[in-house]
Design a protein around this ligand. Sequence first.
Ligand code: HEC
Ligand code: HEC
Length: 193
Amino acid sequence: MVKKARIALAALYLALPGAAALAADNIEGLARTCNNCHGTGGVSVGQSMPSIAGLSESYLKNIMMEWKTGARASANMTRLIKGYTDDEIAGLAAYFGKQKWTPQPQKASAEVLAKGKDVTERCETCHGATGGQPDDKDTPMLAGQWAKYLELELMKYRDEGFQMVHKKMTKNARKLEEGDVKTATEYFGAQSK
Ligand code: HEC
Ligand code: HEC
């Protein structure tokens, strides 16, 4: 009797982590499909493609759900994300949220760095002085994110015809002078932390 119970118990212990591993495998499999564009493990090799590894889980989930419901427009992600269930989106957000943020500090001239510090003063309260200290879990890292991508995103927040959700970010993006958008994004892209 005792032996039988022990075997049953052992089987149970084996089955439990097995089931959890299957779910994790499943999400890892889905995450690999993102790597084609976002880079291995979500660390992008550049330009207009953002790194997503190490952005906060909450931010990742928010914006993916906004794309899925159509509340937020996107150039490339909307159609793709509609193919995932809410649970899969939550799983992907948790997966990439657990990865390490890997800044890709890009070169910028001393002039851009000095002017960038100036024109991003109003961004500091939420993003931190270098864009690397978001003040809450719904604010993305900017330090070492690809500057070209940041510029494209800022242009969306500034464009009244482009559907974005976050009112405060939209308002702040629109307060930048036209010529300062590139300066600001090169400044944040050049930061290592
Ligand atoms: C065909 C290329 C492609 C694939 C595949 C792809 N993405 Fe994207 N993703 C983009 C582009 C391009 C952007 C920039 C925004 C835009 O143009 O829509 C983006 C933006 C994002 C962002 C916003 C990042 C930020 O800093 O705000 C997240 C999050 C994201 N993708 C998650 C994913 C996940 C998760 C997957 C896999 C399920 C995935 N993407 C697959 C091309 C892709
Ligand atoms: C009130 C807080 C706040 C301020 C001030 C603010 N931001 Fe943001 N920023 C956010 C939040 C929150 C998001 C994510 C918004 C969303 O979910 O669409 C964001 C998103 C961004 C993004 C998109 C990053 C990505 O990965 O897609 C960029 C670029 C950006 N901010 C730059 C700036 C700049 C430049 C300034 C100053 C001119 C600024 N922000 C001021 C809160 C703020």
